[in-house]
Ligand binder design. Structure first.
Ligand code: C2O
Ligand code: CU
Ligand code: CU
Length: 501
């Protein structure tokens, strides 16, 4: 089994502790890239699509020759992809057959508070095996509205974008996502359809996530080890965030995908708990292919931005077009992580299999509806610090000096008002707001970086860095959240309530 000392191969205050797998790892670029299945609606009522998702335990052969027990949406990791049209509402009924309570959040969704997956709005398990877990979540029993199935209703009156759904239970989000509770939700619209971007088999969702494996194939995670559970100081080893030494794309280790010599649209999500990547597409002859960014977290940019490499923090999404016609047929392009070392430097590979016609294009103007809020419109400026601090007498992470408390309102914002938030971080913190998208106004006192373009829901603060974001609180009143999307930081206090009135 896992022990704290044996498992931690490397520790850094910025990147977290990397767990080392206890079995031989397969060579990279052997397994074909899986594409998560698109979920079919069970019905349509009054123009709204209705889906059902059962959360259940299963196991999968992720590494060759061993089975890995997982917590899944519909038996898959990633869960099934939901595809929606802008403005067409969706109801998803979640049923919980897992041994623990869960919460579902649609990340990037412009969602009424009742369906946003507040961390104490539980879907209770139909079969509750482990009462010890139950004791933990009931910080304030009055805040818990619980049932064994739950209908989540998403109006999806929002720009076309790659969203994702994942677990969000208070104090237990990180281990639940680590065990498999994450899936994609793509919103499409007519604006995007009209552009002529690569589509069909030439549009690839890529959910990147790192994991570590025990000798029997099980996922390792510090708090999952019975030898460590409940011991004082158990937060210590993974205080900075949990990293694995195996890079999965759509649930497969270092996969390979056969492509035409043509443009492809890559919808990239970093679903890792704590690992940051800096992605670069490198051909076998050493040539670096441009990553032409067409979209950010919450949809298309005004105009494309070409990058040589692209940093991606947990929960961020980048929509990029790569042109494989620059590579000779038979050649290979590796997607590498410039921040990794050894095996974690590789992510996946593309093998250019054949010449092919390509009618796709990347127009110079993509979207005309990216909000441009001006600083002068802001009714207030808030300062919010994201730092190490104390949580329940232990080391944790705090916002404005305070760890998360579900019954305390941290920020009250008025519907329709524009605000500027000045965020400051001690170490890397990817800061995420629920409900609204924002623009990055400044970074480190200077202009935003090229990858800050577009409508975002997560901004990646670097050590010691400040950034200003601007948004208008629109849509719904109610209790929402903002938090660090390093999932371990989030579980260890770095979350706050945002009340919209
Ligand atoms: Cu992706 Cu509050 O979460
Ligand atoms: Cu979210
Ligand atoms: Cu953080």
């Amino acid at each position: 089994g896992l022990t704290a000392t044996a498992a931690l191969s490397r520790t850094s205050p910025y990147t977290g502790a990397e767990l080392r797998s206890e079995l031989p790892l397969p060579p990279p670029f052997q397994v074909p890239l899986p594409i998560p299945p698109v979920l079919k609606p069970v019905g349509t009522v009054a123009g709204a699509d209705r889906y059902e998702i059962t959360q259940r335990e299963t196991s999968a052969e992720i590494l060759p020759g061993v089975r890995t027990p997982l917590w899944t949406y519909e038996g898959g990791f990633p869960g099934p992809t939901i595809e929606s049209r802008r403005g067409r509402p969706v109801t998803v009924t979640h049923r919980n057959l897992l041994p623990v309570p869960t919460v579902v959040h649609l990340h990037g969704g412009h969602t009424p508070a009742a369906s946003d997956g507040y961390p104490t709005d539980l879907v209770l398990p139909e079969h509750w095996h482990d009462t010890a877990h139950g004791g933990h979540v009931m910080h304030d029993p009055r805040a818990v509205r619980s049932r064994v199935t739950r209908d989540y209703t998403f109006p999806l009156d929002q720009r076309a974008a790659l969203l994702w759904y994942h677990d969000h239970r208070m104090d237990f989000t990180a281990p639940a996502i680590w065990r498999g509770l994450a899936g994609l939700h793509i919103v499409r619209d007519d604006v995007e359809d009209a552009l002529g971007l690569p589509s069909g088999a030439r549009e690839l969702p890529l959910m990147i996530a790192d994991r570590a494996f025990a000798a029997d194939g099980a996922l390792t995670y510090p708090a999952l080890d019975p030898a460590l559970r409940g011991r004082p100081g158990v937060h210590g080893p993974y205080l900075a965030g949990v990293l694995g030494d195996v890079i999965l794309v759509n649930g497969a280790p270092w996969p390979v995908h056969e492509v035409d010599a043509a443009r492809y649209r890559l919808r990239i999500l970093n679903a890792s708990n704590a690992r940051h990547y800096e992605l670069e597409a490198v051909a076998d002859d050493g040539r670096v292919l441009e990553l032409v960014q067409v979209g950010a977290d919450l949809g298309l940019l005004t105009a494309p931005v070409a990058h040589r490499s692209l940093p991606i923090a947990p929960a961020e999404r980048y929509d990029v077009v790569v042109d494989f016609s620059q590579v000779p047929v038979g050649g290979r392009v590796r997607l590498v992580n410039r921040l990794g070392s050894g095996r974690t430097r590789e992510v996946m590979a593309f093998r250019v299999a054949r010449k092919a016609a390509d009618a796709s294009r990347v127009p110079r103007t993509l979207a005309r509806d990216v909000p441009e809020w001006r600083r002068s419109e802001a009714v207030r400026v808030r300062d919010l610090s994201f730092r190490a601090g104390r949580m329940h007498g232990r080391h944790g992470w705090v916002i404005g000096g305070l760890p998360f408390d579900p019954v305390r309102t941290d920020v009250t914002a008025r519907l329709g008002e524009v605000e500027v938030w000045r965020l400051i971080a001690d170490v890397h913190h990817p800061v995420h707001l629920h409900l609204v998208g924002f623009r990055v106004l400044s970074r480190g006192g200077g202009p935003p970086l090229p990858h800050d373009a577009g409508l975002k829901d997560t901004v990646s603060l670097r050590p010691g860095e400040s950034a200003e974001i601007i948004t208008r609180f629109e849509g719904y009143r109610g209790r929402y959240l903002f938090h660090c999307h390093n999932a371990e930081h989030e579980d260890m206090g770095m979350m706050a309530n945002l009340e919209i009135v």
